[in-house]
Design a protein around this ligand. Structure first.
Ligand code: C2E
Ligand code: MG
Ligand code: MG
Length: 757
């Protein structure tokens, strides 16, 4: 289809050019008129081809058709007559040119930019009208002896042609990639405008009669080119207006060049009579006024643009709050002035609690709505002199410069928490959120830069999160030390694995009925280069937060299984003994975890049945779906899963049933109180009864006394680990540990405590 139209367009232009050339060569003026008439009439079928759905806009095609027919009709009707006698044909010519300008405008700009272009087009029209008045209308009026209506209408021809030409030039310049239709349209309008200029000059007698031959030929050529342009398959895009011209200079040069001609012509000629003098004076004034107006508009637009740029650079696009840059700047200003004031300027760092859950469960659009609603609530609640900024994601900061005491800061912080007692209204309904607030006041000895203050408030906010969220924490120096310590641990931990500073200790698990060591739990130890030992309770949470737990955990799995295989091979323990390895939530949410486990099994040669993975209840609570999927995959490998520290978390019975578990480890907190706390005893009894009815294996942790062991045995829990049996020991000490335990003999129940005691 588009190939057919491209071909048609080529033929249209080719035949048209041939006809125009034949007309120009013919001796008879009538043949030129016939060609021009044909060119105008042929626009009608061309417009019909282009006006199909999805093609060129109908209004433009209508303007084009009327422009062609009236323009040519006017020119032909004027043929041989003097313009002062024929105001109507001249007017038709003017209408034709004006509509040609409309067609060019359709390709030059869309509705919005059209306003700016209109101002420039006005300058072009006025400039060329003044030129036409001085160089064409005045000599014409002199020749015919009066300023008749025909002469006055005639003076409008040049401005109309100039505007068409100007807009055609903009349309061509506005496009980085010019299609054939754009080129043909631009050259067609240029040919028509040049034809019009030549005709006007001939009308006045500035050029000889030969010009009339070229006038009609140029008009015909122009019409054929425009016809070919609208037939071409690229025409629809050509009339879908272009961008702003690449270089604004092009537009400036084009516009100002239309000011040079009138200025020169006014300066180079003198007025003929009073009317001429008045017209010239008014024209010069208006021209100057228009130019001033245009310059003023440009300056205004420029400063508006600058203001927008500055606003954008300082504003968070989602919430419209100030951004980090502004906050830092205001803090800086405040730091410079606050030393002499009796005030207590405070920064509050605010973080939405569990925002990730909102995003995950309600979707990102709702998440954005929450962020906007929080911003609005903060802004509405705080005085104008406070800076409310969005720092990133769900983090906001408030700089309150006019608080006057610690008490006032605290009251303000509490008020920030209270702001969210009422639900936020989203398009999908109401949601309740809570926030954690960190507060840090400017302290002239410790706050040396704006970044310090932000960091302090941020640290305090983390403290509020650690204390259970939905609360306020105030910064103090000890927090800084804790953070510094944490950072030091984090950095050292990164290198610990490479430097072989990590080791596994093992704690045996005893079967109370047989007295056999049935398994071991691997517990990580970090032996630093300086000899210091870091407890897993300290470094595991940091490793988890930073993600280092993933490689460390993979190492522990392989190491533990390899050790077990070695012990079995050396006869340290029975071939049925198992190894328990602790797994943190972060590892479990890592998609590659099941393959890490299966690789460790393969590389160590251990059977899947010899591995217990110990997970905590938090795994089931934070991301139950992900955890469930991973646990099922692990189950598929034949690996068994134990619930560690059971009873300390918040897991519900339904979750217990849903998760593929095979063992419960009773937390040592309950074991500790067994001997003398009846509550703990009945709790453990319940746990054992429930676990047994679910078919779960039961292990008690942290057994430290014979009495505890006895009660556990009575309650039906037959596996235990704890300092009473053995502390965690390094692998090389396991042989002696196990044989010491076995030397105690195979003792059911009470014989165990007799032996151990
Ligand atoms: P957990 O898995 O509950 O390990 C039991 C903890 O109780 C161990 O502390 C162990 O030394 C201690 N313990 C054993 N028997 C007794 C006792 O009779 N009395 C007392 N008071 N404590 C006893 P540890 O080795 O400091 O480990 C602490 C926690 O660190 C572990 O708790 C576990 O959650 C985590 N952890 C240790 N190693 C790893 C590891 O390789 N990976 C992961 N993800 N976590 C680990
Ligand atoms: Mg454990
Ligand atoms: Mg435990």
């Amino acid at each position: 289809m588009s190939r057919a139209r491209a071909l048609l367009s080529t033929w249209y232009l080719g035949i048209g050019a041939a006809l125009a050339a034949a007309g120009a060569a013919a001796a008879e003026p009538a043949s030129r008129s016939a060609v021009a008439l044909a060119a105008a009439v042929l626009i009608v079928p061309a417009a019909l081809v282009a006006g199909r759905p999805g093609g060129v806009r109908r209004s433009i095609l209508a303007a084009l058709t009327v422009a062609a027919l009236t323009g040519v009709a006017g020119r032909l009707a004027l043929d041989g007559r003097s313009v002062d006698n024929a105001p109507l044909p001249v007017a038709l010519g003017v209408v034709g040119l004006a509509l040609t300008a409309v067609v060019a405008a359709g390709a030059a700009a869309d509705r919005q930019r059209w306003k700016a272009l209109l101002g420039d087009a006005g300058i072009v029209a006025l400039g060329s009208w003044v030129t036409a008045w001085v160089l064409i209308s005045q000599p014409l009026a002199d020749r015919v002896g009066e300023r008749s209506l025909g002469v006055i209408v005639h003076s409008l021809q040049q401005p109309a042609a100039s505007v068409a030409l100007y807009l055609a030039a903009i349309a061509v310049l506005a496009r980085p990639h010019r299609s054939p239709a754009v080129w043909m349209l631009g050259s067609g309008i240029t040919a028509i405008a040049s034809g019009a200029l030549m005709a006007t000059l001939a009308d006045v007698g500035h050029v000889g009669d030969w010009a009339s031959r070229w006038t009609l030929t140029l008009t015909s050529l122009g019409l054929f080119a425009i016809g070919a342009a609208v037939v071409h398959p690229t025409s629809a895009a050509a009339f879908r207006h272009g961008d702003e011209p690449r270089s604004p200079t092009a537009r400036l040069v084009l516009t100002t060049s239309f000011l040079i001609a009138p200025t020169v012509s006014l300066a180079a000629t003198g007025p003929d009579d009073t009317t001429d003098r008045v017209v010239r004076a008014v024209a010069a004034l208006v021209l100057a006024g228009v130019v001033i107006g245009r310059v003023a508009a440009a300056v205004r637009a420029n400063s508006r643009h600058r203001a927008e740029l500055i606003h954008d650079a300082q504003t968070d696009p989602l919430t419209g709050l100030a951004n980090r840059t502004v906050l830092i700047q205001r803090t800086n200003d405040l730091l410079r002035t606050s030393w002499n004031q009796d005030l207590h300027p405070t920064m509050f760092f605010i973080d939405v609690d569990r925002f990730k859950n909102i995003n995950d469960s309600l979707g990102h659009a709702a998440g954005d709505e929450v962020l906007m609603a929080v911003a609005r609530r903060l802004r509405d609640a705080l005085p104008d002199d406070a800076t409310v900024a969005r720092m990133s994601g769900d983090e906001y900061a408030v700089l309150h410069p006019s608080l006057d005491s610690h008490a006032a800061s605290m009251a303000q912080a509490e008020q920030l928490l209270a702001l969210f007692r009422e639900p936020l209204t989203l398009s999908s309904g109401d949601v309740f959120i809570t926030v954690s607030v960190g507060a840090a006041a400017i302290n002239l000895t410790t706050t040396t830069s704006p970044d310090d203050l932000v960091r302090h408030a941020h640290t305090a906010m983390y403290r509020a999160k650690d204390s259970g969220r939905n609360c306020v924490a105030v910064y103090d120096e000890s927090m800084h030390e804790r953070v510094a310590h944490r950072l030091a641990v984090e950095t050292a931990l990164y290198r610990a694995l490479d430097r072989r500073e990590l080791r596994l200790y093992h704690q045996p698990i005893l079967d109370l009925r047989t007295g056999d060591v049935v398994g071991f739990e691997a517990l990580m130890r970090w032996q630093k280069a300086d000899g210091g030992m870091v407890s897993p309770a300290e470094f595991i949470p940091i490793a988890e937060e930073t993600g280092t737990i993933v490689p460390i955990g993979a190492w522990a799995l392989l190491e533990a299984l390899t050790t077990l295989q070695q012990w079995i091979a050396e006869g340290v323990c029975s071939p049925e003994a198992t190894m328990s390895v602790n797994v943190s939530p972060r590892q479990l949410s890592d998609a590659s975890f099941p393959s890490v486990v299966s690789e460790a099994l393969t590389r160590s040669g251990a059977s899947p049945h010899s591995l217990w993975l110990e997970v905590t209840e938090s795994v089931m609570i934070s991301e139950p779906e992900v955890a469930l999927a991973t646990l099922r995959k692990l189950r598929g490998l034949g690996v068994r899963v134990a619930m560690d520290d059971f009873g300390t978390g918040y897991s519900s019975l339904s979750l217990l049933q849903k998760f593929p578990l095979q063992r419960l480890k009773i937390d040592r907190a309950f074991v500790q109180g067994l001997a003398d706390n009846p509550n703990d005893r009945s709790l453990v009894r319940t746990i054992v009864a429930m676990g047994s009815s679910l078919g779960l294996d039961m292990v008690a942790e942290g057994v430290e006394s014979v009495h505890q062991l006895q009660v556990l045995s009575d309650l039906g829990c037959h596996k235990a680990q704890g300092y009473l049996i053995s502390h965690p020991v390094p692998p090389e000490a396991m042989r002696s540990t196990v044989s010491a335990l076995e030397r105690l003999g195979r003792f059911p129940g009470l014989r165990v405590d007799a032996a151990l005691g």
